[in-house]
Design a protein around this ligand. Structure first.
Ligand SMILES: [Zn+2]
Length: 362
């Protein structure tokens, strides 16, 4: 489905679902340890975490032995394995839930599949409810499709007893680590990025579902409403890189004018639209904007060795970003962004010219 159409159908379907089931309250933000934060609001919701964990486990069962081993090692044993094995009854319930996820969701992408997007949003909205079917409290009927409400309610006691405390703790620890960076830099960075993308940052804070497991990419963003889901246990998401991941993800919703301008320029030139060019622009821009600001403002203890001082690394593109581009087969974009997009970031050309030059060179 193309993006405008997907956005429209998302809006429509979200409106329909919300008309049926309205949550008790928007849920509780995670207490950051640094007071209220600007720009983002972080949630460690029980149902979203259970859902993403089951999705992760279901995908693991579908994958090759090598991928399984890599995924099992990625997040450390304490969050997944139990010191005490599940009882026979617990095992049966848990396996039924995983089987349901394998049959219904494991093959779908949580960033673009509408069933997964709506389910994740709905579970986030009902995070304050201890049920989803409204048997005890009518307001806690989440109105979920198929049998997913029954499956999640059945799996909930097993998850709560065995995994939830550790995963919730990991989520809260992750928020506490990124909080000082958000408090110091959040507003300035959001304004700078919105300016670059010729856009406006949303007035309301962007909801971030912090979850032990997210997607194979470690984080993903869904639109209308703009929400970020990020894995607290993913090595690529740890502070200070967490700040870049958050702003990259949020930019999926903010950088729409870039995507539109690329499309427009391509149509004018009768060229095929390079579908991932806007995403390369977002990767490049987030890295360029965040790096110097963090070096100036973040305490040394937070930066650690993860960032090479800019003076020692004056190359236009840092090594970690270059690697991301190479992995995606975007080597040519490195050259083009350096030539045509960097001057715009430096204030030497305007937005329209930068995009026009970029598109004509692709
Ligand atoms: Zn992205």
């Amino acid at each position: 489905m193309n993006l405008p159409l997907l956005r429209f159908s998302l809006l429509l379907t979200t409106a329909l679902v919300l008309a049926v089931a309205v949550p008790l309250s928007p849920g509780q933000e995670v207490e950051s340890g640094y007071g209220p934060l600007p720009v983002f609001e972080f949630h460690s919701g029980f149902w979203v975490n259970l859902h993403q964990f089951l999705y992760h486990e279901a995908r693991l069962r579908e994958s090759t032995p090598e991928a399984k081993a890599a995924a099992a090692n990625a997040s450390g044993p304490t969050l997944k394995q139990n010191p005490v094995p599940l009882s026979a009854a617990e095992q049966k319930t848990w396996e039924q839930a995983i089987a349901y996820y394998r049959a219904n969701y494991a093959g779908k992408d949580p960033q673009i599949n509408i069933d997964l997007i709506l389910l994740k949003n709905q579970l986030g909205d009902f995070e304050d409810c201890d049920e989803l079917l409204g048997r005890k409290k009518k307001a806690c009927d989440a109105g979920l499709p198929g049998n997913i409400g029954i499956i999640l309610e059945a799996a909930a006691p097993v998850y709560r007893a065995r995994w939830w405390a550790n995963q919730d703790r990991a989520n809260r620890r992750w928020v506490a680590r990124v909080a000082p960076l958000i408090r110091e830099q959040g507003v300035g960075l959001s304004q700078r990025l919105a300016d670059i993308y010729q856009s406006t940052w949303p007035k309301a804070k962007i909801r971030v579902e912090v979850s032990a497991y997210a997607s194979s990419a470690g984080a993903f963003t869904t639109l209308d409403p703009l929400r970020v889901t990020i894995s607290s246990t993913e090595p690529r998401n740890q502070a200070p890189d967490s700040l870049e991941v958050l702003f990259h993800e949020a930019s999926h919703g903010i950088a729409v004018p870039v995507e539109d301008a690329i499309t427009r320029e391509c149509r004018q030139r009768d060229k095929p639209i390079p579908r991932d060019l806007w995403h390369a622009v977002v990767y490049y821009t987030t890295s360029e904007v965040l790096r110097p600001v963090m070096q100036e403002a973040a305490p040394d203890s937070l930066l650690g060795d993860a960032i090479v001082p800019r003076q020692a690394n004056m190359s236009p593109m840092p090594a970690d970003l270059r690697e991301k581009f190479t992995q995606r087969g975007w080597e040519e974009y490195i050259r083009l962004l350096n030539i045509y997009w960097q001057p715009y970031l430096d204030g030497k050309v305007n937005f329209e010219d930068a995009i026009a030059h970029l598109v004509s060179a692709v």
